[in-house]
Design a protein around this ligand. Structure first.
Ligand code: GLY
Length: 316
């Protein structure tokens, strides 16, 4: 039963704070949760200062900005995604439109771009002079391609929202790994790995190294634990700890991974294997702010960093 009169948002990284504020305004104006979540993601996609999402995103090893995005409606379980698309101004808009279809709702590369053009989504050259310069000055090891490796250091915007009627939705967008292989797809547009929303249970989304996140289908794993009665914060921590432990046990290296989640009552949780993982939260009272998850010796603490702590943190 949907019982609440509150709405809530949680979103990854400091860069999403303005998007959460925008989403709050959109819901406050009486628009839909879908519009609010999409607008929140678009706010980050459009901001040139954030170098790992949308406009000015991280180039692949051909020097092109190739983007992934997805959207999921927690009431209907309908989801859509675009993978490895170029020159689309707001990939999340296209993903959201695709989520309306029963079939053909996840499209990659040329097929996704043809769909976007046919439906007249805004186009834009997403490679900014700054992103081109970043590519030019990057040290590309000669055998990077043969080893199928890429460089770390990227962030995904993930926004989870819940409206006053208890409906939940999730939107994500990223340029993925810097200098990735053209056509490489990470966790972000993969349902269950990068995102999952079920209004009857809760929603979760992930950011970090896509290949490692996909190995544990982390977003669905978190929602699955909540479905079994696990509180949201515990679900995030347990899923991440178990997956990290498993990767180590089988001798795999483990890249950065962070998850955010919200239960069907609007309570939020987060976990990370980073020292500090900031995220934004917002609610109906208009309180939108950034908090952080800190990981020390496997224990997660959620806290509000002071100015000095924020100063040490330079990532978006
Ligand atoms: N998590 C984003 C990516 O790996 O592409």
């Amino acid at each position: 039963m949907k019982t609440t009169d509150q709405w809530n948002f949680i979103a990854t990284w400091k860069m999403s704070l303005e998007g959460v504020r925008r989403a709050s305004r959109v819901l406050g104006e009486g628009q839909s949760l879908e519009r609010a979540v999409v607008e929140a993601v678009k706010t980050v996609e459009d901001e040139v200062a954030y170098c790992s999402v949308g406009y000015g995103g991280l180039p692949n090893r051909n020097g092109e900005v190739e983007l992934d995005a997805a959207y999921m409606d927690g009431d209907t379980l309908k989801a859509g995604g675009v993978m490895a698309v170029r020159d689309i101004k707001n990939p999340v808009e296209v993903a959201c439109r695709l989520s309306k279809y029963e079939r053909n709702c996840f499209l990659a590369g040329e097929g996704a771009m043809t769909f976007a053009r046919r439906h007249r989504f805004a186009l834009r050259n997403m490679l900014t002079p700054e992103a081109a310069e970043r590519f030019k000055t990057a040290k590309i090891e000669k055998d990077l391609l043969e080893r199928q490796e890429a460089y770390d250091g990227h962030d995904t915007v993930c926004v989870i929202g819940r409206d006053a009627g208890g409906s939940m939705a999730c939107g994500v967008s990223t340029s993925g790994l810097f200098l990735k292989h053209p056509g490489r797809v990470g966790d972000s547009p993969i349902i269950g790995s990068g995102f999952y929303a079920d209004s009857g249970v809760g929603a979760a989304a992930a950011t970090g190294v896509g290949e490692d996140i996909m190995r544990g289908c982390l977003s669905y794993a978190v929602v699955g634990r909540m479905a079994c009665g696990c509180p949201v914060q515990e679900a995030c921590e347990n899923v991440l700890a178990d997956h990290t432990a498993k990767l180590r046990r089988i001798g795999r290296s483990c890249g950065s991974m962070s998850v955010i989640a919200m239960d069907r009552e609007g309570r939020v949780g987060a976990a990370t294997n980073l020292e500090l993982f900031p995220f934004a939260v917002g609610n109906m009272a208009g309180e939108c702010h950034t908090v952080a998850a800190k990981q020390t010796d496997g224990r997660i603490e959620i806290f509000e960093p002071d100015e000095e702590e924020w100063k040490k943190y330079e990532v978006d």
